[in-house]
Design a protein around this ligand. Structure first.
Ligand SMILES: [Zn+2]
Length: 468
């Protein structure tokens, strides 16, 4: 065994240790050895490893000895000891920076957190009562942070390779079906609430049927409503909230209306009657909100400026300059520009049969171009008094197959119905829901209870078969 006393003290100590190991007291861990060299580590080497580390150095110089030790040290370092999670409940006016500093972390830790951008922006607007859980590492840096954004989303920040990374986790929710039904004795709001519906659900219900039923007049005693809706639960069985309406039915003044959710390929949804008809009209009646009709459709009107009898082939809505003008139906911009008496005008084409005209505009919606598609209710321009107009107003026309029709009285078509194949698929997928509606709100009032139960059982088994 070679003992070279010209080596520096550290390797000499190691060499001394080596002889101890070689002497057969093999239970010495590398940890103990390194701790003696002033370095902490959580890694515990087996006697074998320790032997190897030292053996490598056996035939070499002291410098190699040092390198070997440093290598072992850096191999064992990357696991820093961390503190436990601390949960802070935010008090009024407390900010994320004060919370981070309050936990003994450096100020630039919250800057690093904010540098993560949109994902952590909610932390800038902390509210009293919010709860933040955090953990720091042995260097006093932020190691991990967890923040409940809402009932289903949690922000998680973690230090990975010495950089903070943020992800938003979404709890997977279980969807269950619930139902509420009742008969009107007071009002939809009172009786709906009694049946367990929230205000939000009741207003969704109203929006499903307000094309067919005038809710402003109120429902009658004895009218019946049924709502089948989703409820969302967390994995642990805790209810998160009510989801959307799946189907609903309203029997008013002896007529039953039904509406069912149809989910499009892109995930958005609309409601249709079970026969695939949309409850929505293809057109809204009025292109401007809060406007007064200043001149109606009149084929023998004296023109206010020209002072001659000239048909007024549209409706005038008086409104302040700049009032938004909305497309009354989905369509395409057929024309956008100046047409003598009309001033700035937009003509929309809706399918092959219908056209609507919006005249005297002060300006167009920014970016609106000829040929562009527009959606029902989308703002296309603004009220003005360009062209032959005495005061700011919108002149609105409705053409059917090139004929001028009175926009206030023309029969408005329904929005696009479901196609045959869409309808068949949709009804098959919703067989169970349809059976539930048949049970809760039979269309034929003369069905006695027993018959309904029988037919329901039959339909439920049929539905189960369809699903399978
Ligand atoms: Zn007019």
């Amino acid at each position: 065994m070679k003992q070279d006393y010209s080596l520096s003290t550290a390797p000499r100590r190691l060499a001394a240790w080596r002889s101890v190991l070689m002497a057969g007291i093999c239970a010495v861990s590398l940890t103990a050895l390194l701790t003696r060299e002033g370095t902490a580590s959580r890694h515990t080497a087996t006697p074998n490893e320790a032997t190897t580390a030292i053996t490598t150095t056996d035939a070499t110089t002291g410098a190699a000895f040092d390198t070997a030790v440093q290598d072992s040290v850096s191999d064992t370092l990357p696991i820093p000891s961390s503190t436990d999670w601390v949960t802070v409940e935010v008090k009024a006016n407390q900010t994320i920076s004060s919370i981070i500093e309050g936990q003994g972390m450096a100020k630039d830790e919250w800057l690093a957190l904010m540098a993560l951008g949109k994902s952590t922006s909610r932390l800038k607007k902390l509210r009293s009562g919010d709860k933040i859980s955090l953990r720091k590492n042995s260097e006093g840096e932020l190691e991990e942070l967890s923040f409940e954004l809402d009932q289903t989303h949690t922000l998680q920040v973690r230090r990975v390779n010495d950089k903070l990374e943020a992800i938003t986790l979404e709890a997977e929710l279980e969807r269950r079906i619930a139902q509420a039904a009742g008969t009107i004795t007071h009002s939809l709001y009172v009786d709906g609430a009694k049946a367990g519906l929230s205000k939000r659900q009741i207003s969704s219900f109203v929006s499903l049927f307000n094309y067919d039923v005038d809710f402003a007049l109120g429902l009658s005693d004895g009218d019946r409503f049924v709502v089948i809706y989703e409820t969302l639960y967390k994995e642990n069985g805790e209810k998160v909230r009510d989801g959307d309406i799946i189907a609903a039915s309203l029997t008013s003044r002896g007529r039953t209306y039904r509406s069912m959710r149809y989910t499009r390929a892109n995930g958005t949804f609309a409601y249709y009657a079970p026969d695939g008809q949309s409850p929505r009209k293809a057109f809204i009646r009025t292109p401007v909100d809060f406007a007064r009709i200043s001149s109606g459709f009149n084929l023998a009107r004296r023109h206010p400026i020209l002072n001659i009898i000239r048909a007024h082939k549209g409706v005038d809505y008086a409104a302040a300059t700049g009032t938004p003008v909305k497309a009354t139906a989905d369509g395409k911009v057929e024309f956008k520009g100046i047409k003598s008496g009309y001033g700035n005008v937009i003509v929309l084409k809706h399918g092959s049969k219908y056209e609507t005209v919006y005249a005297h505009l002060s300006r167009y919606r920014e970016g609106l171009r000829q040929g562009q598609p527009v959606r029902q209710g989308q703002v296309i321009g603004y009220v003005g008094s360009t062209g032959l107009a005495t005061a700011p107003h919108l002149h609105y026309e409705f053409h059917v197959n090139g004929q001028y029709k009175n926009p206030l009285t023309v029969a408005l078509p329904r929005a696009n119905p479901l196609s045959r194949s869409q309808l068949a698929k949709w009804r098959a997928e919703n067989a169970l829901v349809i059976a539930m509606m048949d049970e809760l709100s039979p269309v034929t009032a003369s069905n006695d209870k027993q018959d309904t139960t029988k037919s329901r059982k039959a339909k439920l088994s049929k539905a189960a078969n369809t699903r399978g």
